[in-house]
Design a binder for this molecule. Structure first.
Ligand code: ADP
Length: 692
């Protein structure tokens, strides 16, 4: 039994497929006249179908379906002079659709004339006019070719316009007069079944999963279906090619395998899915909203790697360039030429990712002075022209990277160019742990808790992690030892001068305070605490979704203030370590208290919601209410720490001597083994919520 549902009527498709066999037969006969081969007779008609190009046969089926869906069109194409446009969605399909129109759609032997420029010389024998534009050339625009269309109209010839998106690329005169606007339907499972049945003479029985099927592009078909195969072999081959395609157009990791990219990863994965749809003709370029991205971030945060990983995930080529490369030319004309060439190359390889590194090398014109203005303006203008012409570069997604977003010309960032700006921040502790895993590989230190590396490495970029791992491996190799966590910790520690004994003890007490109060008040799951050359860190995962009570929020504030409270309880005085920056404990606790008052409806101000937090924060009444929450939090934290001072001291000492305590170590020391909360949706190694 077939695993595929057939289309209700594919009679026109079958007729077109028969024509393709006729053509193949003609070709074979011609061939046999010139090649004498005693062993093989000219193949018979029935056995010729496997010689037909599978992509051509697929387009024959889809074009037939589009035509059949328009009442009376099939007849008009044979006897009348219809004016039609057909959207192919994907640029590479334009040529194949044109081939099908000339081979199958018009009466056998009709002579088609193709519009190339703005003129048309019609001869008596011409039977129809075709205009096929894939958007790769500058003159593929609605204001070009209109004269040729009017000549065709005056001669009452049928006209077919073929383009990925007709409204963008075909002459406006054709768009205005078109009587039928067709869209090539998607290659669905029934079309694929018909195709395989045509090529092999039998229906496939193995089902094809939807996910694999979505990745089959029509242009991939010749690679997948070659020579004589059984129907199920075709399905197996299709699955194989889709799998290997996912593995390697570009070397290196896929975006799915990388951590630390935050929003950029979401954007990239959405784009990868859209590009797969574009390639298979299910989505048009106009429908894709992720066309340009400006990636910003410190050096080493992986901006260049992002472009490569994304290309790999999307299974499209990567064209990597940089402003420095463009500027390598000694003359202005060479630079301009380099820019034009790289965009042209990208257009030819579309769909693809064009990665422009160091885009800040194209300075903001507003910052230019003197003799450079004229020189640079030409470069900036050309780049803007290339970037702005999104319709002239169907399938070319541009990703520009910079360490200095402020230096990039404002026009480059404007809508329609690189309208989305995403900053890649320094990785969180959780991301760092995953980046360490990535660079160590799955087998090295497979069972180690990498949070003990991530916490002391806080502030490092992905590139720093790569260097730490490389150096530690080198040290271990030279000492003829296995790579160990200690070896990696030593590399991490060497990034900063060591702490004095007094500072180290203070930080150990501070972090122990956060851990103990977090644990006792059940604010979240304590994952690990660390004291290291660069300071200290704690990773507590809280779940700020769901129904939070005032009591919970108060406990959260207590946990944030517990570091400084612990200094007071254990050492008799407090340092400034809890404050002094916008990401400090005090800043986070204050922000949370302001949210409680102005937005949660649970504060002393009553059921109010005030959007402008800063304005609200300076109101004296609010200030007092917020202060009250902070004092209450401090009191709660202190109460826990005083009651469990022995646990606090033991934790602090253990942390001081070992440098890292995992959540399990901390729970064991405190003697309170807690069940893990079920939901870890929000990871806050820095335990303040962004918004309540
Ligand atoms: P940028 O372009 O931001 O300066 P790169 O993309 O050149 O950074 O990154 C340099 C190297 O750092 C990469 O080759 C990669 O090995 C490493 N790296 C950077 N970020 C990450 C990450 N998030 N995950 C894994 N490795 C990373």
């Amino acid at each position: 039994m077939s695993a595929y549902t057939p289309h209700e009527s594919d009679s026109l498709a079958r007729a077109y497929l028969n024509i393709l066999i006729e053509k193949e037969k003609d070709r074979q006969e011609l061939h046999s006249r010139f090649v004498i081969n005693d062993d093989e007779d000219v193949p018979q008609r029935g056995s010729l179908s496997h010689l037909v190009r599978p992509d051509l046969a697929a387009i024959a089926i889809l074009a037939a379906r589009a035509i059949e869906a328009e009442p009376g069109l099939s007849k008009r194409l044979r006897r009348g002079s219809p004016i039609i446009t057909i959207a192919t969605n994907s640029p590479p399909l334009v040529e194949t659709v044109k081939e099908i129109f000339s081979l199958c759609v018009f009466p056998y032997g009709s002579k088609l004339i193709e519009i190339e420029g703005d003129d048309l010389f019609v001869r008596k024998s011409d039977a129809a006019v075709v205009i096929a534009r894939d958007g790769a050339r500058k003159d593929h625009r609605p204001d070009k070719g209109n004269r040729a269309i009017s000549i065709a109209l005056q001669n009452r010839l049928p006209i077919v316009g073929i383009a990925p998106d007709p409204d963008l690329y075909l002459p406006s005169a054709l768009l205005r007069t078109a009587e039928h606007r067709l869209r090539l339907p998607v290659l669905d499972t029934s079309a694929l079944a018909l195709l395989i049945e045509f090529l092999t003479g039998e229906a496939p029985t193995t089902p094809l999963d939807e996910e694999t099927f979505r990745q089959v592009g029509i242009e991939d078909l010749p690679l997948m279906l070659r020579g004589r195969m059984t129907a199920d072999d075709c399905i197996a081959s299709l699955q194989h090619v889709v799998r290997s395609k996912a593995q390697d157009p570009v070397s290196g990791p896929r975006l799915e395998d990388l951590a630390g990219y935050g929003e950029a990863k979401i954007w990239g994965l959405e784009l990868a899915a859209d590009l797969a749809e574009l390639k298979s003709g299910r989505l048009s370029w106009a429908e894709i909203d992720h066309k340009g991205l400006l990636l910003t971030g410190a050096p080493g945060t992986g901006k260049t790697q992002f472009g490569k990983a994304l290309a790999k995930s999307a299974g499209v080529p990567l064209i990597a360039t940089s402003v420095a490369q463009w500027n390598a030319a000694s003359h202005l004309s060479g630079t301009l030429q380099a820019i034009r060439e790289v965009f042209q190359r990208a257009r030819q390889q579309a769909p693809c990712i064009l990665l422009i590194d160091e885009i800040d090398g194209i300075s903001d014109r507003a910052m230019l002075r003197g003799e450079y203005v004229e020189y640079w303006s030409q470069i900036v203008n050309l780049l803007l022209e290339q970037l702005a012409g999104i319709d002239q570069r169907p399938g070319v997604v541009v990703i520009a990277a910079t360490n200095f977003p402020d230096r990039v010309d404002a026009a480059v960032k404007r809508s329609g160019r690189l309208d989305r700006v995403i900053e890649i921040s320094k990785p969180s502790a959780d991301d760092l742990a995953q980046i360490f895993r990535f660079h160590l590989g799955p087998e090295t230190l497979a069972d180690a808790d990498l949070m003990q590396l991530a916490l002391p490495a806080k502030g490092a970029t992905g590139a720093d992690v790569e260097a730490i791992v490389q150096r530690a491996k080198g040290t271990a190799r030279r000492a003829k030892r296995e790579l160990s966590v200690d070896c990696l910790l030593a590399e991490i520690a060497s990034r900063h001068p060591p702490l004095s004994a007094q500072d180290r003890n203070l930080i150990a007490v501070h972090e122990a305070g956060h851990a103990l109060v977090g644990l006792v008040l059940g604010v979240g799951t304590v994952v690990g605490a660390s004291v290291h050359a660069a300071g200290g860190g704690i990773d507590i995962r809280t779940d700020m979704t769901g129904s939070l009570t005032l009591d919970y929020l108060q406990n959260h504030i207590a946990m944030l203030l517990a570091g400084r409270a612990a200094e007071r309880v254990a050492l008799g005085q407090m340092s400034i370590g809890a404050g002094m920056s916008a990401s400090s404990d005090l800043a986070k606790a204050t922000r949370l208290a302001v949210l409680v008052e102005t937005q949660s409806g649970l504060g002393q101000m009553g059921p109010v919601y005030v959007d402008d937090r800063e304005a609200a924060a300076i109101s004296p009444a609010l200030f007092l209410a917020v202060k009250q929450h902070l004092l209450e939090g401090d009191e709660r934290a202190t109460a826990v720490l005083v009651a469990q001072k022995r646990a606090l001291m033991t934790l602090a000492n253990a942390l001081n001597s070992r440098g890292y305590l995992s959540g399990a170590d901390i729970r064991a020391i405190v003697g309170t083994i807690r069940d893990e909360p079920p939901n870890h949706a929000v990871t806050v190694e820095d335990p303040a919520p962004e918004a309540a």
